[in-house]
Structures are given as structure tokens and as C-alpha cells.
Ligand binder design. Structure first.
Ligand SMILES: Cc1cc2nc3c(=O)[nH]c(=O)nc-3n(C[C@H](O)[C@H](O)[C@H](O)COP(=O)(O)OP(=O)(O)OC[C@H]3O[C@@H](n4cnc5c(N)ncnc54)[C@H](O)[C@@H]3O)c2cc1C
Length: 501
């Protein structure tokens, strides 16, 4: 089906006033002095190195420099900065670890970046009720590390979990390899404390499940920092499974692997993780870490089954093996020990990092398709990359049908940037044609804002605009994200694109 994409703001979607980007030269050279007065010298960064370090997230195609960066120590300090920004009409954008892959933490109109780097405390652990209260700048993995001794963990586990923050996970409603069985971040967040776009401190939900109020926590999860800055959150702790079986199956064709994914799910088995990597990733991982795979391997499936009962988990793994064999897999390596398991996960955990050897820049795209369409979709991805003359490797949550084609290229060359952006858009259009979505877990950010009208009608977008306006009916809190209704953002987007240094 032919789809057209509107890059102009859509009339009627809670129109937002035009807004100029914040110009540090126009009056507030005193900005950093004011912020220093509010928070102290050690909590404010400004100047060229701060501008460079905070001008993008892990989606490096679009860049925009902040005028200043603040590192508040608590919720009250966040609120002080927001109130200051509101008073002086300065845009502000929350930032966790900056591992986002759609430009969500990019300070689109300049202004102040509010980093949660110092909000790393665990405030309460309630083991009997399996609950934890933590500040949102803490890295995801530290949440699980803190309760491992009690046989518990925080189930959402994005592959970036050693650095990505709880706040970033909430804002992006992050998934991960174990989403297939355990769900996304919103399934594990019970309550939040947030500084709203006017600087008020508000609390929704709490330690216990199910209050009488509207589910604002659900709305905040996945709102990409456009509804306020979450500073603390109550999260659920999940028991670690007693039995885990991990397998790495290698295939000499991409189709063999993709058909195995569809076959496993069709058979009624839901592994805890079902991840795929293609030969591009394997080459990078082999070169970086010296790991070897069976000769002729074109694709790997990392498959993990878990539970509390050995017989059930073994039966699931047997069903998985049968599907792999019926699709002519070359080999299935099984982990016998925890060290083996870590080794089998190497390609999945270190694949994207290893790609740094292939080219100076990577853009990891994110789209969703029904699992049964994986074979057709991957054929399309390779074709699009070849036409665009850019390298591509695939590493993704195959069990969720959540595709991540990683393009590698040189973002100092505008022609390559253009090709990568266009190739990504072609892939997303194809995802929609196959009945999927513009994003699975990386969010809309600035990257996909123009693609939203391909998926949603004007009425849909208007309703989303109204939901946003409950919290944020202004233009200061993380402007130019998610909804294509901000006139100035369309104009300024031209300046962000390809602004590599
Ligand atoms: C190698 C790699 C692997 C990845 N794997 C996965 C994966 O498996 N699954 C997945 O879902 N994602 C993955 N990601 C994407 C990214 O790590 C996630 O989106 C993560 O949740 C972002 O967290 P962050 O702390 O880096 O947030 P940032 O990038 O700093 O910010 C992301 C968004 O959240 C907002 N934000 C940040 N903190 C707050 C806060 N406290 N309150 C309100 N808004 C806030 C920002 O404004 C921005 O819009 C991966 C990224 C990389 C680089």
C-alpha cells in the first residue's frame, strides 16, 4: 500500500505556539550564573565540551547543543531548575544515560539539559512485598544487583542495562531480551514521583498495585520525557527463575533462522528470550572477541527457556530443538554452566559495541512486524541497504517481532546520512505495510516524528495531543518530540540533521 508522510504540522492536533530555539546570546549569558546560584557550581556544566557531550544521544544523526547542563542532587533541585526555566521561557530536556536511539534526549531547541546522573540512590527495599523505591538516575542493572542475594530482580533488561537509567527506561517504556516472557517496563512500575512541566512535584501510584485513580503511571511510561521529569519510582521485583536453559542455534540461511522463530511461537512455546543475530554481527563479534561459530553460519538464534520446574523447562527446550532441527540448523550449543551461558550471550550482548569496528557511525533502527513476516522483512532490509549503498547488520528481539537493522556508515558524509535516513524510513513503511509499528522500544523521539501520521489518523493524534496537554500544554518540556504538532520543530529539524562534528 502506498503511504504518504506529512512533514508539516497537522492542523487540529492541540496546536502549539511557534517557539524560537533558545539563544544563549540573547540575554541569558547569565544563564549558567543563575543556575549556579540555584544549585551550586559543582552542579552546572557549560561551555563547548558540555555542548558537545550533550548534543545528542546514541542516535547521532540529529544534534542540537544545549546552553547549559545541570546535575541536580534531588527532586527539589530538579523542581527549582524547571521553575527557573518556566519563568524565563527556556526549554528543558531530561537526560539519563543518553543511550536512547531516537534522539529523545536531544535538546531540540537548545536550553537546559537536566541530567539525572546524580539521582542514583535506592531509597527503600521491601523484600517481603517485592518492591523497591529508587531514584531514576540509577542504572537498570544496579536495581537487580541490589536484590540478587534475595533471589529477585527487576525484569526489564534492555541490552544497554549496565548504563541505561531507570528514568530512561520508564520514559521509553524499554523492553529487552526477556520482554517476550516478562513484559516491558510499564508492567513493572507501580508509582512515580515527577516534576511536572511547571515545576510542581507530583506523585502517581505508589508501592501497592491498583489505586482508584486514572492510570497516569501507564501514561507516563513511554511518554519520552514530554510529561515531566520522573525523579523516583516504585518498581516491582520479580523472583529469579530457579531453572534456566540457554541454547545458541546456528543456521546457514537467514530464512532457516527466521522460520524457526515463527515456528517456535506457532508451536505454543514462549521462551524467556528469543534473539537473532545475522552474519554482519557475527563478523564484528568474531573480530572483536575472537569468538568462533560453526563454518557457514549466516544467522544465530539465542534461545533461553526458564521457570521453576526442571521438567517443564526441559520439555520447552526439547520443543525448541525440534523446531530448530526441522529448519536444518547447523548446530545447537547448550550452556552447561553459568560461564557457558555468558559465552553464548556474547554475540547478543556485545554485538552492537563490536560494530564500532565497522564504521564511525551506527544507526540502529527499530520497527515491529508480525513474527510470521520476519523472513520477508529481512529480505527487504538487505535489499534496501544494498540500494542505499550502506552496510547493515541485524541484531534483534526476534521473538517479539521487534526488528533492529543497524546501518553502519560515516555520518560526516551528508550523502550517507541521507541514504541511511531514507533507508530507515523505507523499512518502517514496510513494517506498517506488514501490519506492524513504527517503533517497538526505542521510541519516536525526533527520529520518527514525521512517521507518526503513517500509523495514526489525525483523530488518533489529536487524542494523544490532548492526553499530553493534561500534563504539558506548553512548549518548554522536551519540545519537538513524539507528536508532529510543533511548527518550529519542523523548521529546526533541518538544522539538526547531519550535524556531526
Ligand atoms: C547498545 C544499546 C542497546 C540497547 N538495547 C535496548 C533494548 O534492548 N531495549 C530497549 O528498550 N532499548 C534499548 N536501547 C535504547 C536505550 O538504551 C533505552 O531507550 C533506555 O531506556 C534509555 O535510557 P537512558 O537512561 O539512556 O535514557 P536517555 O537516552 O538519556 O533518555 C531517553 C528519553 O528518556 C527521557 N528521560 C530520561 N530520563 C528521564 C526521567 N528521569 N524522567 C523523564 N524522562 C526522562 C529523555 O528525555 C529521553 O526522551 C539500547 C541502546 C543501546 C545504545
Amino acid at each position: 500500500m502506498e503511504r504518504s508522510c506529512r512533514v508539516a504540522p497537522i492542523p487540529g492536533i492541540v496546536p502549539e505556539p511557534d517557539m524560537k530555539p533558545y539563544d544563549p546570546a540573547a540575554g541569558i549569558t547569565t544563564l549558567s550564573q543563575d543556575l549556579i546560584r540555584l544549585l551550586g557550581e559543582e552542579s552546572v556544566l557549560a561551555g563547548q565540551s558540555a555542548e558537545r557531550a550533550y548534543d545528542c544521544d546514541a542516535y547521532t544523526v540529529d544534534r542540537s547543543r544545549p546552553a547549559a547542563v545541570v546535575l541536580p542532587n534531588n527532586t527539589e533541585e530538579v523542581a527549582k531548575v524547571v521553575r527557573y526555566c518556566v519563568k524565563h521561557s527556556i526549554p528543558f530536556t531530561a537526560r539519563g544515560a543518553g543511550t536512547g536511539l531516537s534522539g529523545g534526549a536531544l535538546p531540540a531547541l537548545g536550553g537546559v539539559v537536566i541530567s539525572t546522573k546524580r539521582l542514583t540512590k535506592i531509597l527503600e527495599i521491601d523484600l517481603p512485598n517485592r518492591r523497591m523505591l529508587a531514584q531514576t538516575g540509577i542504572a537498570n542493572k544496579k536495581l537487580s544487583d541490589a536484590v540478587k542475594h534475595a533471589g529477585l530482580h527487576f525484569a526489564p533488561d534492555p541490552s544497554s542495562q549496565t548504563v541505561a537509567t531507570l528514568g530512561g527506561n520508564i520514559a521509553e517504556n524499554a523492553g529487552g531480551p526477556h520482554t517476550l516472557k516478562y513484559g516491558v517496563t510499564s508492567n513493572h512500575v507501580l508509582g512515580v514521583t515527577m516534576v511536572d512541566p511547571l515545576g510542581e512535584i507530583v506523585t502517581f501510584g505508589g508501592k501497592h498495585f491498583g489505586g482508584p485513580e486514572f492510570d497516569f503511571v501507564g501514561l507516563i511510561c513511554g511518554s519520552e520525557g514530554t510529561l515531566g521529569i520522573v525523579t523516583e519510582a516504585w518498581i516491582k521485583l520479580t523472583p529469579l527463575p530457579k531453572v534456566v536453559r540457554t541454547a545458541l542455534a546456528s543456521f546457514d540461511t537467514i530464512r532457516g533462522a527466521t522460520e524457526t522463530v515463527a515456528g517456535i511461537i506457532a508451536k505454543g512455546t514462549i521462551p524467556a528470550a528469543l534473539e537473532m543475530m545475522d552474519s554482519g554481527i557475527l563478523k564484528a563479534v568474531s573480530a572483536a572477541f575472537g569468538v568462533t561459530y560453526p563454518v557457514g553460519t549466516q544467522a544465530l538464534l539465542l534461545i533461553e527457556c526458564d521457570g521453576d520446574d526442571v521438567a517443564t523447562v526441559e520439555a520447552e527446550m526439547q520443543a525448541v530443538r525440534e523446531v530448530c532441527q526441522s529448519n536444518n540448523c547447523l548446530d545447537i550449543a547448550m550452556a552447561e554452566t553459568e560461564a557457558d551461558r555468558a559465552k553464548l550471550w556474547t554475540a547478543r550482548k556485545k554485538g552492537v559495541g563490536a560494530m564500532g569496528r565497522l564504521a564511525p557511525s551506527i544507526v540502529t533502527h527499530d520497527g515491529v512486524i508480525p513474527r510470521s513476516k520476519l523472513p520477508e522483512m529481512l529480505d527487504f532490509v538487505y535489499r534496501v541497504a544494498a540500494d542505499a549503498k550502506v552496510g547493515v547488520a541485524n541484531i534483534f528481539h526476534a521473538g517479539d517481532g521487534n526488528l533492529h537493522p543497524c546501518f553502519y556508515f560515516d555520518d560526516r558524509d551528508p550523502e550517507q546520512v541521507k541514504n541511511v535516513v531514507e533507508a530507515g524510513e523505507a523499512i518502517i513503511r514496510k513494517c506498517l505495510d506488514l501490519g506492524g509499528s513504527v517503533t517497538g522500544e526505542h521510541g519516536v523521539g525526533v527520529e520518527k516524528i514525521d512517521l507518526m501520521p503513517l500509523m495514526f489518523s489525525e483523530a488518533d493524534l489529536r487524542m494523544q495531543g490532548k492526553a499530553k496537554a493534561i500534563f504539558n500544554d506548553g512548549t518548554l518540556c522536551n519540545p519537538c518530540k513524539i507528536l508532529p504538532n510543533q511548527k518550529s520543530c519542523v523548521e529546526h529539524k533541518m538544522r539538526w540533521r547531519g550535524m556531526a562534528w
